[in-house]
Design a protein. Structure first.
Length: 210
């Protein structure tokens, strides 16, 4: 879908955090009423409806989702978020287990190209997950060392993957479809170095996904 009034990434992330339940309602309400960019970033109709909402109604998150879903450029948002996440892993910044779970969340959104790296592909496999190497009594440095020892090519593979995303060889389109069992799945397109399309995700054809 083409987003004529597509929001910038920072504002899109604020809405996405609220939709996903990561932001308290009172904090989001305060942000809506005090943010000076929203009126210019949203279409007039959406902005008017947004500031007219009763955020204390149980359906507040659902109503916000309906209002802004088509205003968010998920292609740009997911691209920026995933690149930043991969950079943290490459530079060993933050809590490694939390970062790995965040990548796994992206896989669950339909970005299954991430699973080609063993560390992510085996993440949810019983007995194979790299998380089994981690003991919560370890300090963060030891956790990182364990991961890197187990996956010695990790930094190189992550760097290649990040570069493919940042150069558009893996393009997160922002388009999505609903899967009966997996929920909302986002599409991506892969291109070879000469920009020819090599493969892409498509909505499933099987009966259970119709």
């Amino acid at each position: 879908m083409c987003h004529y009034f597509a929001m910038d990434i920072e504002l899109s992330q604020k809405f996405e955090n609220f939709i996903k339940g990561k932001t308290k309602i009172e904090d989001f309400e305060s942000w809506v009423y005090t943010n000076e960019q929203l009126e210019n970033q949203l279409s007039p109709e959406v902005y008017t409806e947004l500031i007219s909402l009763n955020f204390h109604e149980p359906s507040a998150r659902f109503e916000v989702t309906k209002l802004v879903k088509d205003e968010i450029d998920y292609g740009r948002l997911h691209t920026a978020s995933l690149i930043a996440l991969l950079d943290k892993l490459i530079q060993r910044e933050g809590e490694v287990v939390d970062l790995l779970y965040q990548v796994y969340d992206f896989m669950n959104l339909g970005y299954n190209f991430l699973g080609r790296l063993n560390i992510f592909g085996n993440f949810g496999e019983q007995g194979k997950s790299v998380i089994l190497l981690i003991d919560e009594t370890m300090d963060e440095q030891t956790k990182w060392d364990k991961i890197v020892y187990h996956e010695p090519d990790l930094v190189r593979e992550l760097t290649i993957l990040r570069d493919k995303i940042s150069t558009g060889r893996i393009l997160l389109t922002g388009e999505s479809y609903s899967n009966k069992y997996l929920g909302e799945q986002f599409e991506f397109v892969e291109r070879e170095a000469d920009n020819k399309r090599s493969c892409c995700t498509t909505p499933p054809k099987s009966k259970q996904d119709r």
